[in-house]
Ligand binder design. Structure first.
Ligand code: SAM
Length: 177
């Protein structure tokens, strides 16, 4: 099963930091890649690519202009579309059903207003509490509930830098080239 994140509606002036964080969370918490839509922003793509180069992968980073065709294509190819939204069904009620399907999964998060068609095309509209917060918070909780904590010990490949956990202080090792 593959799991990708689709970040809708990126606006470089407002969302650069948060879209980068959505990408960092997706990578760190077990997704196979992120697809960014909205205004093209090479700064975000480059900074995520740099993280993969230094800290490992695999983790794919793509930009797509036409998100509507993309989600239609994913759906036609048998992917399950899971849209994270405050208006959806509570995650605690649906996560077991979502996990029980072996279909590939596209997790959709918004920035500003998400078009109605996304709610309609999605197989699941999922709320991480019925209170408004953020795409970073909802994605992190969703991935952790979906992978049941196993994502926290994921081993990354091809890293140049790796943190060695310490009780106190910082230890980072560099791969021998
Ligand atoms: N007002 C916008 C709308 O109408 O869709 C949402 C803006 S919110 C800052 C940005 C994104 O955070 C949403 O598109 C959604 O993906 C996510 N989000 C915010 N609160 C959420 C919640 N309680 N559950 C799930 N996702 C949430």
């Amino acid at each position: 099963m593959r799991l990708y994140v689709l970040r809708l509606g990126h606006r470089p002036a407002r969302d650069r930091r948060i879209t980068t964080h959505v990408g960092l969370i997706a990578r760190a918490l077990g997704a196979d890649g992120i697809i960014i839509s909205g205004d093209r922003d090479d700064n975000v793509i480059k900074s995520l690519e740099k993280v993969v180069e230094l800290w490992g992968g695999p983790f794919e980073i793509q930009y797509v202009e036409d998100w509507y065709s993309l989600i239609k294509r994913f759906k036609e190819n048998g992917w399950e579309l899971i849209h994270l939204t405050v208006y959806g069904l509570p995650i605690q009620d649906v996560i077991d059903s979502i996990r029980s399907s072996s279909k590939d999964k596209l997790i959709i998060v918004g920035a500003s207003k998400v078009p109605r068609v996304v709610y309609e095309l999605s197989d699941w509209n999922v709320a991480v509490s019925s209170q408004p917060h953020s795409e970073c918070g909802s994605l992190a909780v969703f991935l952790d509930r979906f992978f049941q904590g196993k994502e926290l010990s994921k081993e990354f490949k091809g890293w140049k830098l790796k943190v060695i956990p310490q009780t106190r202080g910082k230890k980072v090792v560099r791969a021998e080239s």
